[in-house]
Ligand binder design. Structure first.
Ligand SMILES: Cc1ncc(COP(=O)(O)O)c(C=O)c1O
Length: 451
């Protein structure tokens, strides 16, 4: 059966989860794969399409994870498969730095067009999100001739040495892997739910604190870049209080600092807009993208103001595989799908359904003596619930893990997140049929009741 043959969009459980064949493969994995490479749900996938993952035992699972916000256009989306297959048959690699090809240029043109702002832009392509963030730092340093980089509490930017340093959370991302790169400074973010003086004061106070720390502890004239996710992903889908991002952008502009929006998780229709920055009209100097860009093929990019992007000497940016022709073809298929199927509209609809149902669940469990939903938040198809112990805001990490496990057993892939491990996050493919979305939400509700 070809990879593009549509799978029935249904949940189907024919064994326990994980089933016997998955368990066998997991035993082989433990003997063959490095222990540091963990798996959330050891169900081995044989095919995937639209909103479902089919496993080696014949089970069909509802996918609320999209391989961590990657398969936004659905798994094995038709246009991605068609374009990548055609490219595979034509040629697989030349190295763009040696003998170039059109697909790379076309992806760069699309990114220059779609990303926020109508100024002149340039793009460079890479293989992974972390690599894109590293390159954004390189570019900002060359352009400003400064070294310091400012990042935020709860931020996540990757697992390479530089990006581990940029990432806030120690376990599991940083523990034992230091020393980290120098000249990285972390400042507060406007996290409304946990802002001590209340969510109304959060944006102004957090921005003032962050700016004061930069001025006093680093010196604005030493800062090359400020890097922030417009909605923090691994940190627990934290939407900075409205007004915070514009204040930081304004400060960066006034001080000649390159403002970098890390839209690796939020970009490409995930939040119901092409980019999460669009929501408050933020125009970043540089934007990093990856994940949803190519329908599952590894591709990442830095896009930004021409004068900043062009400041680097020839040969200073690149890599053997960056902008691989098959991945570029996949990206062109994915972007075409986002436009032709109005995936922004689909993400918005997913958001409406999920927020309504999860808020009802929040009410239902308001009086529970086991767990409360402290906050339901997110935009589009990037929605989360933060779970707390009754009577306060103490994170309920163990119950969060137990609820995720209960969902897995019922054939629903969900992920956890958050600095305190107490956030259930939902990232369905944007093509998820509504009946599966509702079935997934029923399973979540059932898991809350049981746990
Ligand atoms: C906001 C953000 N930045 C960077 C990364 C790193 O991307 P990658 O895992 O492709 O290196 C991630 C991955 O989760 C991310 O969510």
């Amino acid at each position: 059966m070809s990879a593009a043959t549509p799978l029935p969009q249904e949940r189907r459980l024919v064994t326990a989860i994980p089933g016997p064949k998955s368990q066998e493969l997991q035993a082989r994995k433990l003997g063959a794969v490095a222990a540091g490479v963990g798996t959330t749900l050891p169900v081995y996938v044989s095919r995937a399409n639209g909103g479902v993952l089919e496993d080696v035992d014949g089970n069909s699972l509802i996918d609320f994870g999209s391989g961590i916000a990657v398969t936004s256009v659905g798994n094995s989306a038709e246009a991605v498969v068609a374009k990548a297959t055609e490219q595979l048959a034509a040629f697989t690699h030349t190295c763009f730095m040696v003998t170039p090809y059109e697909g790379y240029v076309e992806v760069a043109e699309q990114l220059n067009e779609l990303t926020p702002g109508d100024h002149e832009k340039r793009t460079a392509l890479f293989n992974s999100g972390a690599e894109a963030v590293e390159n954004a730092v390189k570019i900002a340093r060359v352009y400003t001739k400064r070294t310091a980089v400012v990042v935020f509490d709860h931020g996540y930017h990757g697992r390479t040495n530089l990006t581990m340093g940029l990432t806030a959370k120690n376990m599991p991302y940083k523990q034992g892997f230091g020393p980290f790169a120098p000249e990285i400074y972390r400042v507060p973010v406007a996290y409304p739910y946990r802002w001590l003086t209340g969510s109304e004061n959060c944006a102004a106070e957090a921005a003032a604190q962050a700016i004061d720390m930069i001025n006093k502890q680093i010196g604005a004239e030493n800062v090359a870049a400020i890097i922030i996710e417009p909605i923090q992903g691994e940190g627990g889908f934290i939407e900075p209080a409205r007004g915070f991002l514009p204040a930081i952008v304004e400060y960066a502009k006034a001080n000649g600092i390159v403002f970098v929006a890390d839209e690796i998780q939020t970009g490409f229709c995930r939040t119901g807009q092409w980019f999460a920055c669009d929501d408050e009209g933020i125009v970043p100097d540089l934007i990093t993208t990856a994940k949803g860009i190519a329908g599952g093929l590894p591709l990442a990019a830095v896009t930004g103001r021409a004068e900043i992007m062009d400041a680097t000497h020839g040969g200073g940016l690149g890599g053997t595989y960056g902008g691989n022709p098959v991945a570029c073809a996949g990206a062109l298929g994915a972007i075409e799908t986002m436009k032709s199927q109005d995936l922004n509209g689909k993400a918005q609809r997913i958001g409406e359904i999920m927020l309504t149902r999860l808020r009802a669940l929040q009410e239902k469990f308001a009086g529970s003596d086991t767990v409360n939903i402290g906050e339901v938040r997110g935009r589009g198809a990037m929605i989360a619930v933060e779970l707390v112990k009754p009577g306060g805001k103490e994170p309920a990490a163990e119950i969060t893990a137990a609820i995720a496990k209960a969902c897995h057993a019922e054939g629903l892939v969900v992920l956890t997140a958050g600095t305190y491990g107490n956030v259930l996050r939902f990232l369905p493919p944007l093509v998820m049929p509504e009946h599966l979305l509702n079935e997934g939400l029923d399973i979540i509700e059932g898991a809350f009741s049981r746990v």
